[in-house]
Ligand binder design. Structure first.
Ligand code: PMP
Length: 348
């Protein structure tokens, strides 16, 4: 580490040491509307620009510690994109290759970022987990094939069922939020894809104070809201948000139960994303909108005066052709603010 007197200014041995320790930012409008202090953890500031860098680093370090991966070996993963971007950056620092299996429906921006990060991409149709051609199963089989053919071996990262993912948030995200709020945090809320962020952060905060209220913010089309409110894995509707929603209880979610669960539609989430962009200088992706909507619901459930933290998972640039494309939004009957359409101003 460097000689800086302020630990925030110390040099880092490599980019992996720049993952985490993200700022917790007060969200003005959400706080004013609810009389609570609503804070967003700026995960879009990680080196791979998303919350998933934390899981990627933890999964690779765990595999190294358990002897599951060798120099020159290949990391294989099925991912909506952000985990793959995190894994690709960890792999390039540590000397591995990356092969990413991604559903065709994910944004072009994420696919391009993966290619630039050096990952090989395998695009597959978006089919449910019960179908053997689902991206997670394709990734697992591909890892087995590469392991059989390449002497350097292959490792299936398995973010959904590899609890090193949850462990990253239990070891870092949760304790960071606790410290950053000086132990005053009353509630934590976020959506679940793998469930690593939600279950891991919740475990750390509950260990510090069992009274911290933990909430799930679930998009339409996910089965988790029904699971935690009625005990059935029923999914209804759909969402344009990426990386969140789940149809099963992953290993990262096993043993976890939220105190509250909210179901949030795209219109409500997008309105928040657009508002944060225009009024608070925060350029965020769709899952951050679901999370902040969830924080507002939790604030209303707890009442004024509480401190609630959530996750700002990734940035708007990753979704320019979707969430910020008026034609894409109109086709789906979603709100498209007029400033998105506005041509460049002429010179005055
Ligand atoms: N938001 C985005 C944009 C993501 O890519 C992910 C990861 N799938 C999440 C939220 C959810 O995080 P987790 O996998 O920890 O549940």
């Amino acid at each position: 580490m460097g000689m800086a007197t302020n630990p925030d200014h110390a040099t880092r041995p490599d980019v992996l040491a720049a993952i985490g320790n993200t700022p917790l930012i007060r969200l003005r409008r959400a706080s004013e509307e609810t009389g609570c202090t609503i804070l967003g953890k700026a995960e879009f500031l990680n080196p791979g620009l998303s919350v998933k860098d934390r899981a990627a680093r933890a999964i690779v370090e765990d595999a190294e510690a358990r002897g599951l991966i060798r120099p020159g070996g290949t990391i294989v993963e099925g991912t909506a994109g952000n985990t793959g971007i995190g894994l690709a950056l960890v792999a390039s620092v540590r000397g591995y290759r990356t092969v990413i299996v991604i559903p065709v429906t994910q944004s072009e921006e994420k696919k391009q970022t993966l290619r630039l990060a050096g990952a090989r991409l395998v695009e597959v149709p978006a089919v449910p987990f019960s179908n053997p051609d689902n991206y997670v199963h394709v990734a697992r089989r591909l890892a087995e094939r590469i392991a059989a053919e390449d002497p350097a071996g292959a490792f299936f990262a398995d973010q959904f069922d590899n609890v090193a993912n949850r462990g990253a948030h239990e070891a870092h995200t949760g304790p960071e939020i606790w410290d950053q709020t000086g132990g005053t945090v009353d509630g934590f809320v976020c959506a679940a894809g793998t469930g690593g962020t939600l279950a891991g952060t919740a475990a750390a905060l509950r260990a510090k104070n069992p009274k911290v209220a933990i909430a799930l913010a679930d998009p339409e089309g996910s089965a988790l809201y029904a699971h935690y409110t009625t005990g059935t894995l029923n999914a209804e509707g759909s969402s344009i948000t990426e990386g969140i929603g789940q149809g099963r209880i992953t290993k990262n979610l096993e043993g976890f139960t939220p105190d509250h669960a909210f179901r949030i539609g795209d219109t409500e989430a997008l309105d928040i994303v657009f508002g944060l962009m225009r009024a608070e200088g925060l350029s965020l992706g769709g899952s951050s909108g679901i999370n902040v909507a969830g924080a507002i619901r939790l604030a209303r459930a707890l009442g004024p005066g509480h401190t609630i933290a959530t996750i700002l998972c990734d940035g708007a640039a990753r979704y320019a052709s979707k969430l910020f494309n008026p034609a894409f939004l109109r086709e789906r009957n979603l709100p498209s603010p007029d400033w998105l359409d506005r041509p460049a101003d002429p010179l005055p």
